[in-house]
Ligand binder design. Structure first.
Ligand code: DQA
Length: 143
């Protein structure tokens, strides 16, 4: 099974960015954690991070016929991007939405998630471990 992990804007600054919300670990730490879990489960995993909406759309489209599932944290684009929602819907790839924090308990504007409409599950507020749970959900869904 092949999974693509997509992280959106400002997640390249994990470890520096608002550590009281996102913690002290870096994006590299996150990728290492996911890779270790994937190795244990016999899953092949790739990573993509971008600060650009269109590049995220391109990455989702390129995943068609290549990956079995996507774990996506669209970051701020969660709350604004119909284009990213449409990309996931267009490809039909199984997708799980992940947030390190719980956006539903933060500012009002973070309560809207467009991508949620195209995802088989949403994991939020579980820190980095949410990505591992997302992988398990995708594995179950692709059995
Ligand atoms: C986030 C939550 C979003 O509201 C925010 O814009 C992010 C990160 C999270 O992982 O908790 O950049 O997606």
């Amino acid at each position: 099974m092949k999974i693509l992990v997509i992280n959106g804007p400002n997640l390249n600054l994990l470890g520096v960015r608002e550590p009281e919300i996102y913690g002290n670990r870096t994006l590299k730490d996150l990728e290492n954690l996911i890779t270790a879990h994937a190795d244990k489960k016999g899953v092949s995993v790739s990573f993509f991070q971008t600060n650009h909406e269109g590049k995220m759309v391109d990455a989702i489209q390129s995943a068609m016929n290549v990956y079995d599932g996507i774990i996506i944290n669209p970051a701020a684009y969660t709350h604004t991007s119909v284009a990213i929602l449409d990309a996931v819907k267009s490809t039909g790839i199984k997708c799980v939405e992940v947030h390190i924090s719980d956006p539903d308990t933060r500012e009002e504007f973070r309560k809207i998630s467009y991508i949620r409409l195209a995802c088989i599950a949403t994991i939020k507020g579980k820190g980095f471990d949410g990505y591992l749970e997302a992988m398990d959900i995708l594995m179950d869904a692709c059995k």
